[in-house]
Design a protein around this ligand. Structure first.
Ligand code: PLP
Ligand code: COI
Length: 372
């Protein structure tokens, strides 16, 4: 499968009619999550003979698909999610687009899809932002969520890696993922279902992982919980992650606090926010490590006070405190059920870097959209 392609020629077709600035501002005032989209999208095709070709920046529009297109039957598809933030000088910067591009390649490899070169992934973002930059909100907690994805577009019902693939990039102005903002969430420990097993697709960002989790998510909602927590598939005992976020555990308090996040065993998504927080925690003077924690240890740590805070982290969720836990075998509260000090300090440090309000020592922010 070809992985390298020289720079692509982009055909640029601007939308014939653009939204009036006052209408856009009205929409941006309360964007919600993932329900508004900008006016353009990027499309790039791939086939086995030509590799990546036909790059286009074009008006956002529905796709026309043959009913026998492979992705609709066998789910050969991967996606990414990253954010672009308005900067104090009016420019736009994306958070770690290089890391998202690298994960997109790894996910593609696992799903037997062609790997999009990282330079093209980033050029796609640059192109979209050069035309739809006005859609990047500036309000606190608001940003532009970028959704690159690719899918098997060969027509036919044979089960094999598709010889044709379509890459698309769309952008969605977004506010908080949880309607309640940074209010602590309640989580449900799923002991009936598994998200991923060793050797499966758990560490790839592929739609099937999410489809397979929806029933457990519905069960969590029936229990009055916001999110499902996934446990390991063999013992249903070791904590892995949440529906669309990684989990971090804080032991102790003040400058002696220690951050622990479940290690990457191959069954959980290697979150880019998770990786950033392991570094930021050290910058803030905390200990930070990857480890493992069972549900019994989670409960006992909250009972004896050694486990002081738990939070979820991810691109969409940023950092969201976990206030209480429910399972078929009982419920408990984390700390006093309110956002913890370490959680909120880490959150502020991350958000300050993303919004250009603090120095960026790890060079995570990349200016985008400066294509003439
Ligand atoms: N785990 C899952 C299952 C996710 O969908 C996400 C979101 O992308 C994450 C973790 C967090 O990853 P990231 O911080 O790269 O957004
Ligand atoms: C993200 O944080 O980017 C996610 O993918 C989570 C969810 C919206 C699927």
């Amino acid at each position: 499968m070809s992985t390298e392609t020289s720079a692509l020629d982009f055909v640029v077709t601007p939308a014939a009619h653009r939204m009036a600035p006052e209408d856009r501002q009205r929409l941006l005032a309360d964007p919600g999550f993932g329900r508004l989209f900008t006016e353009h999208m990027v499309r790039i095709d791939w086939n086995r003979d030509r590799g990546w070709h036909g790059a286009e920046l074009r008006p956002y529009s529905p796709l026309q698909l043959d009913p026998a297109v492979s992705v609709l039957h066998y789910a050969q598809a991967v996606f990414e999610g990253l954010k672009a933030f308005r900067q104090p000088d009016g420019g736009i910067s994306a958070f770690r687009p290089d890391s998202h591009a690298a994960r997109f390649r790894r996910s593609a490899r696992r799903l037997a899809l062609p790997e999009l070169p990282e330079s093209i992934f980033i050029e796609a973002i640059d192109r979209l932002m050069s035309i739809d930059g006005e859609w990047v909100p500036s309000a606190p907690e608001h940003s532009l969520y970028l959704r690159p994805f690719m899918f098997a577009s060969e027509v036919g019902l044979g089960v094999r890696p598709s010889s044709k693939v379509t890459f698309l990039l769309i952008g969605s102005p977004s506010g908080s993922y949880f309607p309640s903002g940074v209010k602590p969430v309640t989580v449900w420990l799923s002991e009936d279902f598994s998200r991923a097993a060793p050797g499966g697709t758990g560490e790839a960002k592929t739609g099937g992982n999410y489809a397979g989790g929806l029933l457990a998510q519905a069960q969590a909602a029936e229990q009055g919980c916001d999110q499902v927590v996934w446990l390991d598939s063999q013992e249903h005992r070791w904590v892995e992650e949440m529906g669309g976020m990684n989990l971090c555990f804080v032991f102790g308090s003040g400058q002696k606090a220690r951050l622990m996040t479940p290690a990457l065993t191959g069954t959980l998504l290697p979150g880019i926010t998770r990786d950033a927080l392991l570094k930021l925690a050290v910058d803030l003077g905390y200990q930070a490590e990857e480890g493992r924690i069972s549900t019994e240890e989670w409960r006992a740590g909250c009972a004896d006070g050694s486990l002081t805070e738990v939070f979820a982290c991810g691109t969409a969720a940023v950092i969201t405190p976990v206030g209480s836990v429910k399972s078929a075998r009982g419920s408990w509260t984390v700390g006093d059920g309110k956002p913890g000090e370490v959680t909120m300090r880490l959150r502020q440090s991350l958000v300050d870097i993303q919004r250009g309000a603090a120095p960026d020592p790890h060079e995570w922010m990349h200016p985008v959209g400066r294509i003439a």
